[in-house]
Design a protein around this ligand. Sequence first.
Ligand SMILES: [Cu+2]
Length: 284
Amino acid sequence: MLALLRVIAAAAFVGPALVIGGTARAGLGQPSEWQTGLQQSASPVMDNLVAFHNFLLVIITLITIFVLALLVAVIVKFNARANARPARTTHNTLLEVLWTVVPVMILVVIAIPSFRLLFFQQNVPPADLTVKATGKQWYWSYSYPDAKFEFDSIMLQDADRRKIEPEPPRLLAVDNAMVVPVNKVVRVQTIGADVIHSFAVPSFGIKIDAVPGRLNETWFKATREGIYYGQCSELCGKDHAFMPIEVRVVSDQAYTAWLEEAKKKYAANPPRGSGAIATAGLAP
Ligand SMILES: [Cu+2]
């Protein structure tokens, strides 16, 4: 009991400090302990998402403070003791116009950047490369149609993961990561081979459903080299939690080298499962 109280007391002290420092502590490409904010951005779309999120946070904070102030005023000024004989006023034209027009204006102020961002996300700019991610029960297959190879990406089990230095994060690291060059526009096409999955990488600000029989697409431009993790974000079955996404963003030279090696490696080692059948006729 005492230990529990200590933990609660520590959380009460440390919590607010972490909220304030939340953005600074958030991991790049992966979640971090005690993280409260979004993961660090590594793409233009995510930069915009973070800015929009912060903008909304200001608006919602001001509204909440305003409503709280009104409630406190009502409680203090108009309770039965302080205001024994209530006024009989029922209409106030100015007030009624204001509480209609002001919320509409707030919504318009939110809608304009929101739609701008939506179009920015949806319009795929001319792409430097295309990667097709096929969601399967329960792993992802990545296909590089320009280089004509495809491979499976399976989550690392703990025993294998611990052998790697430095130890990659649990439930996020995979055997064969998707690799892309830095500062290049990557068109990501998604499709489901069996049920609906969803391809999501927080640091890139992308989340798009992978639906059987339908080719969806989105894009990202990774602005920093590194390893970025994501997860399937559509409940897809018993191992939904165990089909992570790992994207390695590397330099142009490293990408070219990887591409050459991957062509040989995966040609001899084609993906298992139903990907070829499920996506027949839909490949670009
Ligand atoms: Cu899934």
